[in-house]
Design a protein around this ligand. Structure first.
Ligand SMILES: Nc1ncnc2c1ncn2[C@@H]1O[C@H](COP(=O)(O)OP(=O)(O)OP(=O)(O)O)[C@@H](O)[C@H]1O
Length: 448
């Protein structure tokens, strides 16, 4: 196994030798001046560094050492830097610690103590690295973009994780803007087809005649204007996932052709004779009540069953407990970061967000908060900036006392967490309970 790299920044050859000898379980790199030290940091990225503050060209002051410390931390912020200082250097050592040095030891160096300190520094560095990696994995996880604390939505995400590895066709139902496409993309990235394409087509946005050639492609000269052969979206998705958005808007004639493809798994380009086998996983979505459309004869029943091996229904935003506030904070933070602004919501703005019914769901909320970040004049986002009506009180019609209490407890707790952007201490203060009690409640309701 490769030995861990340790950099010694020391201009005294005698001390260099002593340290090298005492720390020989590591791959020791030595630098006698700041230039050499930075070259080692860039090239080898040592996890731990020991350094003297008095370095050439001004070995009698800490000026060069402190500047090097700043440069090393700027180039590699996670490096654990241990200062080896002279007796009279106390003020500079404190300065170095304030700048981000890990620890210090006075000269003459006690080797045993230094060995322990270095070992602990390596350990801490490894732990931090592991933590960073985990956070990164979480951020990279396919469903990481789905922001929700609502029990129904979290269950839905688990369902998506369960069905993703299979080849079943999945139908996503839900109102406009509630996240059908985000979930479809997440499902694709969790599936064995993730390395191949995710091709989406919106059946409501394209006129019927064009949609056929969009789906299946066409041969040169198939119709006026077909100047060259074009592959269809289904063919382009070969090996990957094909997402039919707004499937409820597809005309009857085309439904028949799509059904044929789903049964035979071959396509024929418009104006072509050749059958081309295509391997795709089919996902679809609609905001319409497709079952009712089937009953009314507006959607083919056989196609419905082909497309709906698994049906996932996404709850509208107004039914997701606490999500409006959570998403509002999330979108606000994102917009503020890109606009370099620091804004908070006024309590009345938060109340208006909570009370609004969000007919356009997450998309409407995103637009509303984006607008507010642009409109806000002071440090607070006011109700007027959101362009929402002020909040009015809601009515609760639950009559089972235990259920009602449970639901109210959950709702108030998630609301409080949402108001303070997930800060447990401040949420506990808002709720008037202790932090441990809030943790108990959160674990009772399955909130992490
Ligand atoms: N749970 C969520 N967390 C974060 N962002 C979300 C969430 N749900 C939706 N969004 C965002 O909201 C917007 C609308 O989502 P999406 O396009 O997936 O909705 P849709 O249901 O497919 O809408 P439509 O029916 O109009 O096609 C997107 O910008 C998406 O990133």
């Amino acid at each position: 196994m490769a030995r861990k790299k340790l950099l010694l920044v020391e201009d005294d050859p005698g001390l260099q030798r002593q340290l090298r000898w005492g720390l020989d379980e590591y791959e020791v790199l030595v630098a006698g001046n700041p230039e050499q030290a930075m070259a080692h940091v860039r090239r080898h990225q040592p996890a731990v560094v020991t350094m003297d503050l008095g370095l050439p060209p001004k070995p009698d002051s800490a000026q060069v050492g402190l500047a090097l410390l700043a440069d090393m931390l700027a180039a590699a912020p996670d490096t654990k830097i241990i200062i080896l200082s002279g007796n009279q250097d106390r003020a500079n050592v404190l300065k170095a610690i304030a700048m981000g040095a890990y620890d210090f030891q006075q000269k003459p160096v006690e080797l045993e103590l230094l060995q322990l300190m270095v070992e602990r520094a390596f350990f801490l560095h490894a732990v931090q690295l592991e933590h960073k990696r985990m956070v990164q994995i979480e951020q990279d996880s396919p469903l990481a973009g789905i922001i929700s604390r609502d029990a129904g939505m979290l269950k839905l995400c688990r369902d998506v994780e369960k069905v993703a590895p299979s080849s079943a066709s999945v139908m996503l139902l839900g109102e406009s803007g509630c996240g059908k496409e985000v979930l479809a993309r997440g499902l694709h990235r969790l599936s064995p087809r993730k390395r191949k394409g995710f091709i989406a087509i919106n059946c409501a946005a394209i006129p019927e005649q064009l949609l056929e050639s969009e789906l299946f492609g066409h041969e040169k000269g198939a119709f006026t204007g077909a100047g060259r052969q074009i592959q269809g979206k289904i063919e382009l998705a070969h090996g990957g996932t094909f997402f039919l958005d707004e499937i409820g808007d597809m005309a009857m004639a085309l439904q028949g052709k799509l059904l044929r493809f789903l049964q035979e798994r071959v396509i024929e380009r418009v104006g072509g004779r050749q059958e081309i086998p295509v391997d795709v996983r089919v996902l679809c979505a609609t905001h319409r009540n497709l079952k009712a459309q089937v009953e009314q004869g507006a959607f083919r029943e056989d196609l419905y069953y082909r497309l709906s091996e698994i049906v996932l229904t996404i709850p509208p935003l107004r039914e997701r407990c606490g999500d409006a506030l959570l998403l509002a904070h999330h979108v606000k933070n994102r917009c503020c970061a890109s606009a370099r602004r620091h804004l908070q919501f006024h309590p009345q703005a938060l109340a208006a967000i909570e009370a609004h019914q969000w007919p356009g769901n997450v998309r409407e909320l995103e637009n509303c908060v984006r607008r507010a970040v642009i409109m806000a004049e002071g440090p607070l986002i006011m109700v007027e900036d959101l362009g929402l009506p002020a909040a009015s009180s809601a009515v609760d019609d639950n009559v089972n006392l235990r259920l009602a209490r449970d639901a109210a407890e959950y709702r108030v707790m998630v609301k409080a967490l949402g108001r303070v952007d997930g800060n447990v201490l401040r949420a506990a203060e808002l709720l008037g309970i202790s932090r441990p009690t809030l943790y108990d409640l959160m674990s009772h309701h399955g909130i992490r």
